[in-house]
Design a protein around this ligand. Structure first.
Ligand SMILES: NC(=O)C1=CN([C@@H]2O[C@H](COP(=O)(O)OP(=O)(O)OC[C@H]3O[C@@H](n4cnc5c(N)ncnc54)[C@H](O)[C@@H]3O)[C@@H](O)[C@H]2O)C=CC1
Ligand SMILES: O=C([O-])CC(=O)C(=O)O
Length: 321
């Protein structure tokens, strides 16, 4: 059977890390695309030269031409700019929206059957615009944020409880911004919900609140440390989990920015919700019940994403369709 073809649109810090992880996992052949000349070619060659040491077989092609992504099975989009300290993700909207228009046109022309995972920020508005610019089915255009935010939450919880990260589950819903909604009620250690662990004396409500806030600020914490860009190891790993679930039809339940058409009372918006990802793309959106406080936080997050999509429509009126 031919190997899958995975196109990485953007070959910066996340793009290069994606290519390396895809090689290590033998998920398929990789095309690295970027507008910067030499960067995708150089990273592709460097990673290919690590394959004899690691023992993986895959092709790595670097390119500045969209034609090279022809018939890709998966496209992972990181093209654009990351934030610097003092900026919010939303400050990237104007510049990255223009990039999404070019990327959408390239995917529409050369890889219209691909499963597209958008990573570029501000995530929920960019994936919404990318779907419209590309015209690909809504089941096949999805945003990566929830897997990353949930992974950060899981890591902080595992650290607090001194247990394996493998035994911690967590769900973070809503937009990928300051209003994201880490759901303590649906997060567990070995199936025991966090509120029960507070009752059992494993932690306190105050400590849990601090972990929730640290999760919300997870991206900014790394931007503050790196100073020159944003996180890339955990974001790349998160997108690879989504690509793997699609390519291997694993049907994993993953929180993703998915197109909502009435679910959670939201229409024509991308917001982070639990989904099932399989060879049909986003095969199911899981509607979990939210209590009053959770619903209020979710509504606030949806309002923030709505505002960003409106800002996109003001810049690009053709998005109104
Ligand atoms: N959704 C999420 O959870 C996360 C999103 N991000 C976002 O991902 C994006 C990428 O981050 P990094 O890889 O760290 O940035 P980076 O700056 O290292 O790489 C971005 C690449 O995009 C390229 N690029 C710029 N305009 C382009 C265009 N028109 N067409 C093709 N390529 C173009 C640049 O040349 C650069 O190589 C940023 O917007 C960042 O905010 C970052 C972390 C997590
Ligand atoms: O914070 C940023 O700018 C990058 C990002 O989205 C994250 O790491 O969650």
């Amino acid at each position: 059977m031919a190997r899958s073809k995975i196109a990485l649109i953007g070959s910066g810090m996340i793009g290069g890390t994606l290519a390396h992880l895809i090689g290590l996992k033998e998920l398929g052949d990789v095309v690295l695309f970027d507008i910067a000349e030499g960067i995708p070619q150089g990273k592709g060659l460097d990673i290919a030269q690590s394959s004899p040491v690691e023992g993986f077989d895959a092709n790595f092609a670097g390119t500045n031409e969209y034609a090279a992504i022809k018939d890709a099975d998966v496209c992972i989009v990181t093209a654009g700019v990351p934030r610097k300290p003092g900026m919010s993700r939303d400050d990237l909207l104007g510049i990255n929206l223009k990039v999404m228009e070019q990327v959408g046109a390239g995917i529409k022309k050369y890889a219209p059957k691909a499963f597209v995972i958008c990573i570029t920020n501000p995530l929920d508005a960019m994936v919404w615009a990318l779907q419209k610019f590309s015209g690909l089915p809504k089941t096949h255009v999805v945003g990566m944020a929830g897997v990353l935010d949930s992974s950060r939450f899981r890591y902080f919880l595992a650290e607090e409880f001194k247990v394996s990260v493998e035994d911690v589950t967590a769900f973070v819903l809503g937009g990928h911004g300051d209003t994201m909604v880490p759901l303590t009620r649906y997060s567990t250690v070995a199936g025991i919900p966090l509120p029960d662990l507070v009752k059992m004396g494993w932690t306190s409500k105050e400590k849990l609140d601090k972990i929730v806030q640290r999760t919300r600020d997870g991206g900014a914490e790394i931007v503050g440390l790196l100073k020159s860009g944003s996180a890339y190891y955990a974001p790349a790993a998160s997108a690879v989990a989504m690509a793997e679930s699609y390519l291997r039809d694993k049907k994993r339940v993953l929180p993703c920015a998915a197109h909502l058409s009435g679910q959670y009372g939201v229409k024509d918006l991308y917001v982070g919700v639990p989904t099932v990802i399989g060879d049909g793309g986003v095969e199911r959106i899981i509607e979990i019940s939210l209590n009053k406080a959770e619903q209020k936080m979710f509504d606030k997050s949806v309002a923030a994403v709505t505002g960003l999509c409106e800002a996109c429509m003001n810049i690009a009126p053709n998005l109104k369709k």
